[in-house]
Design a binder for this molecule. Structure first.
Ligand code: FAD
Ligand code: DLZ
Ligand code: SF4
Length: 511
């Protein structure tokens, strides 16, 4: 790092890449921005190669953007000497080099780093100003107040509050179209269609190519490949990617939100979480732009409402839960699931076509859409009784959009039901029939989705019942599971034995 004098430093983390971030707004305008590539951030879990490449390139481009706008910037590269293992090391080093007497920073999105930052006022020996991250509609304290007197938290009521607060899709006090939620219309299976749009792809420039070399050299043993890198890495290109989604995919987003196709990895999804979560796109501005598409007749209400609900509803809600439940949330395991994550999650080598497709795509793209995460990889881990912490680490590592505040509630709460129903009212458990209805995976699978038992039967079919029977004590009183538990009470002993034997055979082969 070159010697520079600076009175005040503003630390910008890799997922805070906007000049509107709280610390930047609070600091004096002539403060020096500090952006650091730090080893511990790349290895506290072993992030996917494309995730590291994306973030480092976006950080380097953001530094350029800020310099061009007249800001002073100190950028620390991963291999700059002396090595900085942790964020605290990197910041201490910058303070020594610059003689800075004040540091501004915005609180991180993961407890691990929040705790590290809270030590800084003591450790760094200069004035430290920590600011809440106010890029979210619902501040942490407000979510706590909202949750305080409720027996169970349900996203739908939170979402309605966010609609009222933002005025998005509202006609006065009423939801546009007379209903808050059009989800029931958003469950159509898709058919492979040559006219289906591709995701917006961007050619790596010199900065990205440098980063890709660095990743190849330093992270060879992390999952995935850095080849075929197409993410946007600047604010301008992320905006182009979003505009591409608005034009080419939003009108069909609702209808096919839950669909899965072997040859279409992105369907009509926005593929924008990557950009939103690191600060390149502003979620509220995106929702307003989507609303305009509806108001001006270019996209139907079910699509636009669905898209807006994911962002001002689910995205805000899971963040509220993450901070409300505290740092131990990722250790929740109410179903006491203990199985190690099967090794095919790291290779995609399995005969189950749905899992092969979702995992191979994840390894190649660092992306899978929601239903692949929830109803393929998540569903299998749930039914097989995989330790939810191992599943959580996998999701945090493999997706380019993954940060604990959003990943952990989705994995621990929604997908693995490991918090005992705090986030979701029932486990997302299903047999192979669900995957068959929503995808074209089963036709290409060695297993038979219509078979209930035996070597050729779809494993989801017996694992579903085995999961419910195994967890009967904990789940049978859940009113939303009354119907399957009624069927279980009517099951013959022979059928129960068959389910137990098929499941035991399959699961023991897994390990
Ligand atoms: P779209 O389908 O285009 O949806 C639009 C936007 O809505 C997304 O970009 C995202 O910002 C938001 N959104 C949609 N669903 C959710 C949700 N359940 N929670 C929060 N925001 C949502 N999302 C992440 O951003 N990071 C994660 O690490 C992450 N981990 C997940 C793990 C599991 C087990 C599951 C089931 C879901 C996870 N999600 C995560 C939520 C969701 O799968 C992704 O946001 C979505 O797939 C991103 O793709 P997209 O941008 O094409 O989304
Ligand atoms: C994910 C990530 C990675 C891989 N590397 C860095 C880094 O080198 N420097 C940095 O400032 N941030 C990085 N990040 C993002 C942080 O891990 C993220 O800010 C925290 O996890 C909080 O969300
Ligand atoms: Fe997946 Fe079962 Fe369908 Fe095979 S048959 S693709 S394992 S759901």
């Amino acid at each position: 790092m070159a010697k520079v004098k600076a009175d005040t430093l503003v630390l910008i983390l890799g997922d805070q890449l906007t000049p509107e971030i709280a610390a930047c707004r609070a600091a004096p305008t002539d403060a020096t921005l500090l952006i650091c590539e730090v080893a511990s951030e790349t290895t506290y879990v072993r992030h996917h190669k494309k995730k590291i490449a994306f973030l480092f390139s976006a950080m380097r481009h953001f530094a350029e953007e800020m310099r061009t706008s007249g800001k002073k910037v100190i950028y620390r590269k991963l291999d700059d000497a002396p090595a900085a293992t942790t964020m605290t090391d990197a910041v201490s080093h910058a303070i020594r080099k610059t003689g800075a007497t004040a540091l501004y920073a915005t609180r991180a999105g993961e407890w691990r780093l929040v705790h590290e930052m809270e030590e800084w006022p003591k450790k760094l020996g200069i004035d430290v100003h920590l600011h809440d991250d106010d890029r979210f509609l619902c501040p942490r304290e407000e979510f706590e107040r909202w949750a305080e007197d409720r027996k169970s938290l349900r996203m739908e009521y939170f979402y309605r509050d966010m609609r009222r607060r933002t005025g998005l899709l509202m006609d006065g006090d009423h939801p546009v179209g007379g209903r808050w939620n059009f989800d029931a219309e958003n469950r159509k299976p898709a058919e492979a269609d040559l006219l289906m749009p591709d995701v917006a792809r961007f050619e790596p420039d010199a900065i990205t190519r440098d980063v890709l070399d660095l990743v190849r050299e330093n992270f060879a043993d992390h999952i995935g490949s850095s080849d075929n890198f197409w993410f946007a890495v600047t604010r301008a290109d992320a905006q182009k990617a979003f505009q591409h989604f608005l034009r080419e995919a939003l009108p069909w987003f609702g209808d096919f939100q839950d669909a899965m196709l072997r040859e279409k990895r992105f369907l009509y999804h926005s593929v924008c979480s990557i950009y939103m979560n690191c600060g390149l796109l502003d979620p509220l501005a995106m929702c307003r732009a989507a609303e305009t598409e509806y108001r001006e007749g270019r996209a139907p209400l079910n699509a636009v409402e669905g898209f807006i609900r994911q962002i001002i509803g689910w995205r805000e809600y899971v963040r509220g839960i993450y901070f409300l439940r505290g740092p131990d949330y990722t250790r929740e395991n109410r179903l006491q699931a203990m199985r190690p994550l099967p090794s095919f999650y790291w290779t995609g080598e399995t005969e189950m076509e749905c899992l092969r497709c979702a995992i191979t795509q994840t390894i190649e793209e660092a992306y899978a859409h929601h239903i692949q995460r929830l109803m393929v990889t998540g569903l299998f881990a749930l039914l097989a009784g995989v330790d939810p912490h191992e599943t959580h680490v996998w999701y945090l590592e493999v997706y380019a959009d993954a940060y604990e505040w959003v990943e952990a509630p989705n994995t621990i709460g929604m997908s693995q039901f490991a918090d005992g129903g705090y986030l979701a009212s029932k486990p997302y458990a299903a047999s192979g029939a669900y995957i068959d209805r929503m995808s074209d995976y089963c036709g290409a699978c060695v297993y038979r989705v219509k078979h209930k038992a035996g070597l050729r039967a779809c494993p989801f079919n017996y694992l579903y019942w085995d999961f419910l029977i195994r967890n009967g004590e904990r789940l049978s009183r859940n009113p939303r599971l009354a119907q399957p538990y009624r069927l279980i009470t009517k099951m013959s002993d022979a059928r129960r034995r068959e389910i137990a034997e098929d499941s035991a055979r399959f699961l023991s082969a897994l390990s």
